[in-house]
Design a protein around this ligand. Structure first.
Ligand SMILES: Nc1nc2c(ncn2[C@@H]2O[C@H](COP(=O)(O)OP(=O)(O)OP(=O)(O)O)[C@@H](O)[C@H]2O)c(=O)[nH]1
Length: 453
């Protein structure tokens, strides 16, 4: 049973169909066998019912003839013509033949015994025939004796009449028994046919319900599972369109490994891979963006980013925004390189960026313009405030180093945005301030205003 639940969908539907077909086959088999039985019963009924009915009709006619003969005999006692003994003998021979025929029919039915006949009623009818035969024989002998002298006396008639009536009553009883026998057989057959009809209708309905259940089951299974797959494909479409990672999938529930479940699992795996791919791609994009905008050695923004950002800030400035610019340069950096080597020079540049970043705010942006030259964009900062920050940066850099790097200083030139400035104008003012700082002995801050700009 557990195997069935874990089986493929084709196997499940196939096995349910086999159950349904087997059930229908059994229904058909049952119908054929029962119909054959009913047909046999009807044939047996014909074999019993038809001859018995014919014999009964003849017996009734014979009984009437017997009555007439006895009436004539009663009249003969009172002086009427004596009836012919030959006629009585003919009746008796007919009676014997008929009784023999009925006995044969009943005995044959009993021997076949395929139908549910009332055995007691059968045997009672046979016993009645057994009793009637000697009675008829004795009556013939008595009548032969009385009619030898062609005349029956009144006393003889009185003795004879009860025995004749006994034979008549016996015949009457036999007829009633045969009648009830044929009636009960017909009733049994009718009842049996009705039962067959009900059972067959019930089985047919059961087959119909199983068929409907199977159909509904298949439709429901497909509808639910395909709906789930559709939902996953929808979220895949959405994710691909928006570029967002796919929703985190719960680990696949262990389900029957049928075709649809396999498809779902494949789809889930594909979505997980795709989700991973999207995350990777976003990381790659971030890395590429970093590479494109950051300086490899120091991690500060690069020249390319500087050009872009300066355009943005100038556009904002043209709309009323305020910002300032600091240009800074390491003093005598060539000497550091020359004395301590290029690698130490690199470390100095890295350390410089770290120290500067420590003092800057999140909205400030530090750029390496080339060599040992740097620029800082300060949003919402006046020239004076930028000058103060520049001075504090200078002092910060001047502090003795704990990592064993040589001491160094920086010179800084500061300018602020003025309405109508372009990239060159703004940069030139800051650069001239820096140049002046170098001229005045380095390790200092010069504002563009002080530089006469
Ligand atoms: N270690 C290292 N040195 C660099 C790098 N880029 C430029 N330099 C060196 O920086 C030095 C700049 O020297 P200069 O332009 O003469 O300036 P300076 O020696 O700092 O003198 P002033 O600016 O006048 O104080 C040169 O020797 C360059 O080789 C770099 O990425 N790493």
């Amino acid at each position: 049973m557990l195997n069935w639940f874990q089986g493929s969908l084709t196997r499940k539907i196939g096995s349910l169909s086999v159950v349904l077909l087997s059930f229908l086959f059994l229904v058909i088999l049952y119908s054929v066998i029962t119909l054959q039985r009913i047909d046999g019963e009807l044939r047996e009924l014909d074999e019993l019912d038809v001859p018995l009915s014919e014999s009964m009709a003849e017996l009734e006619v014979l009984q009437l003839k017997q009555h007439l003969f006895l009436e004539q005999l009663a009249l003969a006692c009172r002086g009427g013509p004596t009836p012919s003994l030959t006629e009585f003998r003919q009746h008796k021979a007919q009676l014997n033949a008929l009784l023999g025929q009925v006995e044969k029919t009943l005995t044959a039915a009993l021997r076949q015994h395929r139908m549910r006949l009332d055995l007691q009623a059968h045997q009672a009818a046979l016993a009645s025939i057994e009793r009637l035969l000697p009675l008829s024989e004795a009556l013939e002998q008595t009548l032969t004796l009385h009619l030898q002298d062609q005349q029956m006396t009144a006393a003889e008639w009185q003795a004879f009449e009860p025995r004749a009536q006994e034979l008549d009553a016996g015949l009457e009883r036999l007829l009633a028994q045969l009648d009830s026998l044929t009636l009960s057989v017909s009733r049994y057959s009718e009842q049996h046919e009705r039962q067959f009809m009900f059972v067959n209708a019930g089985l047919g309905l059961a087959g119909l319900f199983i068929g409907i259940y199977l159909t509904v089951y298949i439709i429901e299974v497909f509808r639910r599972r395909i709906g789930r797959i559709q939902g996953q494909i929808d979220s895949l479409h959405h994710s691909l369109a928006s570029g967002e990672p796919l929703p985190v999938m719960t680990p696949p529930v262990r389900r029957a490994p049928d075709e649809l479940a396999e498809l779902e699992q494949d789809l889930r795996q594909m979505m997980q891979q795709l989700s991973q791919e999207i995350c990777n791609r976003q990381q790659v994009e971030l890395s590429l963006l970093e590479l494109a905008t950051r300086d490899k050695l120091t991690g500060a923004f690069n020249r390319h980013k500087w050009d872009e950002q300066l355009k943005v800030e100038l556009a904002l400035g043209a709309r009323g925004g305020q910002f300032s610019l600091i240009l800074l340069d390491v003093d005598h950096f060539k000497q550091i390189n020359d004395r301590h080597g290029h690698d130490v020079g690199d470390k100095v540049l890295q350390q410089l960026v770290t120290r500067l970043q420590q003092r800057l705010r999140a909205s400030d942006m530090l750029f390496r313009l080339g060599g040992e030259e740097f620029a800082i964009l300060l949003r919402q900062q006046s020239l004076a405030a930028a000058g103060q920050l520049a001075e504090s940066l200078r002092q910060q850099v001047e502090l003795p180093d704990e990592a064993g790097l040589p001491a160094y200083q920086i010179s800084l030139g500061v300018s602020d945005y003025r309405l109508g400035d372009n990239q060159e104008g703004l940069f030139r003012r800051a650069d001239q301030a820096l140049y002046l700082a170098k001229q005045q002995g380095r390790n200092r801050v010069v504002l563009s205003s002080a530089a006469g700009q």
